[in-house]
Design a protein around this ligand. Structure first.
Ligand SMILES: [Zn+2]
Length: 313
């Protein structure tokens, strides 16, 4: 197992790389060292050993974890929560109201993920351990959670990527944990800040996404903590770039659907737009960032197809 020390982000926050898909820098778990030890996101079950190892590296006892906050219940972000919870006798799991019953009974979640990931499901996500209902706490829009004498986290309902999505504002670092609502940060390209929206199936809603990002923009922000991956200290630039790509994603899908090119056509059109854009920054077609971009836009294309299918009834 490739080893990576937890990343110190300052302001009592570390990021443990979860190596989703076996790839570094895909997903991670944020550790907030407050009186009540708090984790944001778990990644899939395959990341749980990484989390245990990372906490050890930070000289923290997993048994002291008090809260596990899930930005949303997609399995690459929350699939490992039940497995991790077995190690954390004191912990409660915080989730959007729409996520609660699926974490308690993951059968529909598993079914949905099998539809997207097919035969890769077992390798990527198994096992999905149910979370006992009494361990689940829901946070509505404007909800709050005191995790230390000087830190009360606040919650925002942030649909767009998924309807079961929350954003979490940390007043101490003036940062927001955006999960996937504010897109993906491609840190693999040095010197170029590059962000794309994440339009996964099956609750992508472009208007809601823009509104959620706009709401987060109104917070007093110095940082954004992405689900994929890491922190940006340029909230404004990151948000604006993601929003600016949304119409391109929609038009790529519309053009492909018009010509009956299917999901494959949507993907190719997205690819073309992104490759062309990055060429402008001298990023060649064989740059390693495309390994992750191509994985992401495959799923984005499925979400776009699903969105237009529903739009057109
Ligand atoms: Zn994700």
């Amino acid at each position: 197992m490739e080893k990576r020390a937890p990343i110190d982000l300052g302001k009592r926050i570390h990021l443990i790389d979860g190596f989703d898909l076996g790839v570094p820098g895909r997903t991670g778990t944020y550790v907030i060292e407050e009186e009540q030890l708090t984790l944001v996101e778990t990644g899939p079950s395959m990341s749980v050993p990484r989390i245990l190892e990372g906490l050890k590296d930070l000289s923290l006892d997993v048994k002291d974890v008090r809260y596990i906050i899930l930005t949303h219940i997609h399995l690459d972000h929350a699939g490992g929560a039940g497995l991790l919870l077995k190690e954390c006798p004191q912990a409660e799991v915080i989730v959007h109201p729409r996520g609660r019953r699926h974490m308690a009974d993951p059968s529909r979640l598993i079914e949905g993920a099998r539809a997207v990931y097919g035969d890769d499901f077992d390798r990527l996500f198994d096992p999905i351990v149910p979370i006992p209902d009494e361990k689940l706490i829901i946070k509505e829009d404007d909800g709050a959670l005191e995790i230390g004498p000087d830190c009360t986290l606040s919650f925002l309902d942030t649909p767009g990527h998924a309807k079961h999505h929350i954003g979490i504002y940390d007043p101490v670092s003036k940062g927001v944990f955006t999960g996937d609502t504010a897109g993906i940060r491609y840190h693999q390209i040095e010197g170029v800040t590059f962000y794309l929206p994440s339009t996964s199936p099956n609750q992508f809603d472009p208007e809601a996404m823009k509104q959620s990002i706009e709401r987060m923009k109104q917070l007093e922000l110095e940082r954004v903590y992405f689900g994929h991956f890491g922190m940006s200290e340029e909230p404004e630039a990151a948000f604006d770039q993601v929003v600016s790509w949304i119409p391109d994603f929609l038009s790529a899908a519309e053009e492909a659907i018009e010509r009956e090119e299917g999901v494959k056509g949507i993907k190719e059109r997205l690819q073309h737009k992104i490759y062309t854009y990055l060429k402008g920054y001298s990023i060649e077609d064989d740059h390693p960032v495309y390994e992750v971009i191509n994985l992401d836009i495959e799923v984005c294309a499925m979400g776009l197809a699903d969105y237009f299918h529903k739009q057109r009834g």
